[in-house]
Ligand binder design. Structure first.
Ligand SMILES: *Cc1c(COP(=O)(O)O)cnc(C)c1O
Length: 400
């Protein structure tokens, strides 16, 4: 990584992009925390704030990673093996949040491959939600009556080790993403299906594309008259908050109503820097939601989940879903029993703001779609009479 520091010194004077300058001064002061990490201590804050710099300097090898954390034997083996699909890629920003000494650090576990990823349980699948089967055009999944999922890229800023689309994303070699006309068939399909009123642009991560490519895609979909609702599914506010620039936000703002769903899993992910990214989006009138994956040893305790949900509300992100971790190959070490999720829901509802209570869902293996699961509050129901319990277990009768 010594070359990293040299490059940085050379580029210090030249690389002052207008996007970075537009960050408020108060923010620049807040972002210097990374300089406490030895290998990043000489990195110019203007480089650190440049999302292209962050992508270019992602950690992709064991050698680089071992300069930041003390690898355990499991991590040592895992980083050797994680090649091809879902290769390791960790932004310097994300790496700066990792605990160098604690292998159970939630930030670290989501990003660093371990040997357990290469064990496949009998019920695990390559495509657990059968998305490939419900694909009427390349890059498109049409499962529900009125909405579609567009898989816009096969890349992310950081590859989450629990990724449900590991069959598609994170090939080591970056192939050129946007061949002209890549989405033509998908867009034609949406155009010719008047029932599609909601388009969810996900991936991979759509915000890994350049602003112009994102605008081209969003503008094409926005111009379809029956599409009422547009969403972007992204993790960059969490893994690469530098990507949320004034320029990007001003562009997205033009296509309102456009909502953004962010993948937050742990309170440690809510940093001064990710907060700025969310504030910029929210200030532009973009409603924000969070989709959280229930992960063993990371967020499977009720008090951690409650803290996450409450802190999300503080940064104007509305908790939307908690997902049971899909039975995708190599994720057994992340999966909890369903009862763990139900218990978390039990400890949220009533005990905290309703806005902090998402819906816990299992994506029906084989293509069933999202199925809500949770505590049962209806004890019995007969002839116009419901016997209910409240969050404290007290019983109430409701007569119709
Ligand atoms: C999750 C998902 C959607 C969106 O579902 P909502 O419940 O509306 O958020 C749409 N299509 C597919 C295939 C999905 O997996």
């Amino acid at each position: 990584m010594s070359s990293l520091n040299n490059n940085t010194a050379v580029s210090e004077q030249q690389k002052v992009s207008p996007e970075i300058i537009s960050l408020p001064i108060r923010s620049i002061r807040r972002i210097r925390d990374y300089q406490q990490i030895a290998i990043y201590k000489d990195v110019n804050p203007l480089d650190w704030e440049d999302w292209h710099w962050q992508l270019k300097h992602r950690i992709r090898s064991k050698e680089e990673l071992s300069q930041i954390i003390k690898l355990t034997p499991e991590e040592d083996k895992g980083t050797d093996k994680a090649k091809g699909k879902l290769a390791m890629a960790i932004t310097p920003y994300w790496a700066s949040l990792m605990d160098p000494d604690d292998a159970n650090c939630p930030i670290r576990r989501q990003a660093v491959p371990v040997s357990a990823e290469f064990l496949v349980a009998p019920h695990e699948m390559t495509d657990p939600c059968a998305e490939d089967r419900d694909s009427p055009a390349p890059h498109l999944v049409h499962r529900y009556p009125d909405r579609v999922l567009l898989l816009s890229t096969e890349h992310c800023a950081m590859y989450c080790r629990h990724c449900t689309r590991r069959r598609l994303v994170g090939q080591t070699e970056e192939k050129s993403e946007n061949s002209a006309g890549k989405f033509d068939a998908a867009i034609d399909y949406i155009k010719s299906n008047r029932k599609v009123r909601d388009v969810l642009i996900s991936g991979g991560d759509p915000l890994i594309m350049e602003d112009e490519q994102i605008e081209d895609l969003v503008q094409k979909i926005r111009s379809i008259s029956h599409v009422e609702f547009l969403r972007l599914g992204t993790r960059v506010p969490v893994t690469l908050p530098q990507r949320i620039t004034e320029k990007l936000v001003n562009m997205l703002k033009k296509y309102s109503p456009l909502w953004v769903s962010i993948h937050f899993n742990h309170p440690k992910e809510i940093t001064k820097r990710s907060r700025i990214a969310c504030e910029m989006l929210a200030d532009a009138g973009i409603p924000l939601g969070s989709q959280t994956v229930l992960l063993k040893g990371i967020n499977d305790r009720p008090f951690i989940m409650r803290k996450l949900m409450q802190e999300l509300l503080q940064i104007r992100v509305r908790p939307y879903y908690i997902y049971q971790c899909d039975p995708v190959r190599g994720t057994q070490h992340f999966r909890t029993p369903v009862a763990t999720g139900i218990n978390i829901m039990e400890k949220l509802r009533g005990y905290t703001s309703g806005y902090a209570v998402p819906t816990y869902v299992i994506d029906g293996p084989g293509g069933g779609g999202k199925i809500p699961v949770g505590p049962n509050y209806i004890l019995s129901q007969a002839k116009g009479k419901y016997v209910l319990r409240n969050y404290k277990g007290k019983i109430y009768t409701y007569l119709e």
